[in-house]
Design a protein around this ligand. Sequence first.
Ligand code: ADP
Ligand code: MG
Length: 575
Amino acid sequence: MQSKNSKTKEVLVCDTAQDWIDTLAQILETMGISADFIGPDMPACMKKVEETSYAIFVVNVQSLKKPKEFLREFHSRHPELSILVTGDRGATRLADYLWPPDIIAEYSFPNRTGRGAPDLGALIKRVLDFKSRMPDISVRFDPVVDTVLSLNSQSRSNPSQKRQDTSLIEIKNELRHILGKLFAGDTNSESIAREITVEPFEGAGKSSSVLLQITPTILLDKEKKMSAILKFGPRTDILQEASRYDKYVQWFLTVDQTVRKIGFAETQSYAAILYSFPRDKPDGIVSFSEYMRENDTDSILDIIRKMFNVDNQNWLSVDGNKLVDVEETFFQHYYLEKVIQSDIDEMRENHLGILKSQINKLEKSLKEDIVEFAGENVVIKPLSLSIPNPVTFLERPLAEQVKMTVIHGDLHAENILIDDDSGRYFFIDFFYTGIGDIYRDFIELEISTRYDLFSSRRLSDAKRLTAKDSQTTNMEGLKKLLRLEKSLIDVTIRDKDLKDPLILDDPDLCKAHKIISEIRKHAFMNYPDKKYLYCLGLSYSLLRGLKYFYPLDVKLYRLFTSGLYVRLCTDGTLG
Ligand SMILES: Nc1ncnc2c1ncn2[C@@H]1O[C@H](COP(=O)(O)OP(=O)(O)O)[C@@H](O)[C@H]1O
Ligand SMILES: [Mg+2]
């Protein structure tokens, strides 16, 4: 607590109702909390806090004439002081100002009797306990954190520049508060960390959250610095990820297969999850995307075999999932939990409707006469390819059923980390984890493999088979990719041998072929005899990608690949 002034008390209470004041005074006294009381006179309040050092200012907003102005002024002059607002805060529109919660807390009492005073007393005690531990922790923000945080908040809203400056301070205060909660330790113990360094984290994702690297000096061992990843973002999003992690990850993946969740803390608007680095080492960890680009096929296949091993009695195994009620559902219920809960008509409207408009957009943007939408068919002229229109097909009702199981839900290769030394893999990013279509993780991973090996911006121009910009189309590349797809269908669906010389002679195509074949082998092992559903799921997912920002010919690639798999479902190949 502060010591700059000679006089020190814990609480200053500003209110008018004498009954209430008396009750509260009595309660605080029994709790051993020192307090002064004052009427709603702004200059007098200011003077009082300048003379005496308090930790908390408890104020009834309804007794103030201009509460918002007063509190802002108060806060800017005494940022160290926590403000505890009583009364109806909503009525005074204080919410306009995003108060950092270690500065402001609210307690709205239903009436002016003394009934709520014990609760307020308890709240004051909690704030005091928290504040008394905070000064043990010094937090150092790397200057780049400011940039990362403000870029992220800008991408979510578009407030005026002035508002931006204020909110950056506020966001950082919330972050500081969250760090306090994570590292303060139990009420009666010392804080866990003394110094915490906060830096931006390379490779941060695209979601609403920000990834930060946290390096605390752990108090138990003064020399020891450990790093962890803090996923910090809007409270509701982070809350969802944290609850799904708790619900599913602990048992469907073993600790070895995923990063550990070390902690979770929330404030009014924000929350954060503290994750470990795999085996606590930030170096030598690469994403599976990177790993696939850099390593030979055999070591990649090894990882896939380990990942989708049917001996894994929990995740994805046919007879596993003992802990969940595995229910069958119609295929159209494929994908998001939202979709699973809604009925088929709504799903068609919301999802296929979006896909349809995306296809229309694609049709318009490809004005060079490459694609012709001819009724139920799509013709891609430079490839001499005619495919069924996947959207038209996916609109049809289906009686096929798909098996539901626990899935990761977003298993693209950027959400898998590989320890380069041991070849062990770790799953991250559990925002969508839950019950879903058993094929979904396989499908997501095979689609991302194509992207990572042939379209990623990280590839050299020579290796990339689709155009980097959004105008041109790389027809030579697309022709190769079409051959790859046809060969994949021959090998994995029609059980033929891989013999296309173009694929065999091209190391990158051959690598992709083997990886995707291996993924499918495991998918079919987990849920045999349902290749039809796999192909439909693949078409749907490929098409779904059209709504994201990809270069035009990545979309074209997705469209024709989607059509190729729909064709298998219509031409009798799959029964
Ligand atoms: N525990 C971790 N250890 C190492 N890297 C991580 C960890 N968590 C996240 N990352 C990196 O940050 C990126 C984004 O994290 P992720 O949880 O996938 O967030 P998003 O929802 O934004 O995709 C990952 O792709 C990975 O590169
Ligand atoms: Mg991710």
